[in-house]
Design a protein around this ligand. Structure first.
Ligand code: SF4
Length: 234
């Protein structure tokens, strides 16, 4: 597995659990606002057993969050092995994903305890933001898998001016409702150290924008969360 390191303890990466975070290297997308772009290349090759061993010695955690990059870029059998080992240690497993690998997600979803999947923007802007023509179709396939699986999941959008405006977000909420999604998270965009230097000049929306749009979304969705300097359930 191509791996970039472990954060030993996080209180914010797994709902209601203390967790460690495993950073996998590699991503098929090139989102201009990506803050983890250094994890898109590089890293070291390790076996699932080596990662599991490091996590087994961590007595503070209740779970492990797989993030990246895109964790599902890794080989399916190695991801399955790592999940199996972590479960044997009594740890819950959360997956962060961009939704580009539905064929892997469908194989793993029943073994996961929580999934956070990105919804980048409205359909017509998707390919431009991700750099992949088929990224929206694959996102929808992954969305259907999550809804049908019964796993606890959230759909989340980093709200970036020039990529998503208020009407885009409302449309995205309507798309989610049409698929039976209950939980939509609006995440704060920070322009420091992002992949595309032009986006370092993009001024983030103010806090009030997130709450204004979040309240409108709450009229159609069961649960709306704003992550802006902390987590706010609307
Ligand atoms: S999907 Fe995530 S890790 Fe990949 S480029 Fe986009 S923001 Fe970065």
């Amino acid at each position: 597995m191509r791996y970039g390191g472990i954060l030993d303890l996080s209180t914010v990466d797994f709902p209601k659990k203390l967790c460690a975070v495993v950073f996998f290297v590699g991503c098929p997308f090139r989102c201009p606002y990506c803050q983890n772009y250094r994890l898109v290349e590089g890293g070291v090759e390790v076996k699932p057993e080596e990662i599991a061993k490091k996590l087994r010695e961590n007595y503070l955690i209740e779970g492990v969050c797989f993030t990246g990059g895109e964790p599902l870029l890794q080989k399916l059998d190695e991801l399955a092995k790592l999940i199996e080992l972590l479960k044997d240690y009594g740890l819950a497993v959360k997956l962060d994903t961009n939704g580009y690998y539905p064929e892997k997600l469908i194989n793993l979803v029943d073994r996961l305890d929580y999934v956070a999947m990105d919804f980048k923007t409205v359909p017509e802007k998707y390919a431009e933001v991700t750099g992949k023509k088929d990224s929206y179709d694959k996102f929808l396939k992954s969305l259907k898998i999550l809804v049908d699986s019964g796993v606890d999941f959230e759909i989340r959008t980093t709200v970036v001016p020039t990529i998503t405006n208020e009407s885009d977000l409302i449309r995205m909420g309507e798309i989610l409702v049409s698929y039976g999604v209950e939980k939509f998270v609006l995440q704060q965009f920070r322009n420091e150290d992002v992949y595309d230097p032009k986006f370092r000049e993009v001024t983030p929306y103010p806090r009030e924008f997130y709450f204004k749009v979040g309240k409108k979304l709450k009229e159609i969705l069961k649960e709306v969360i704003v992550r802006f300097e902390g987590e706010h359930v609307l």
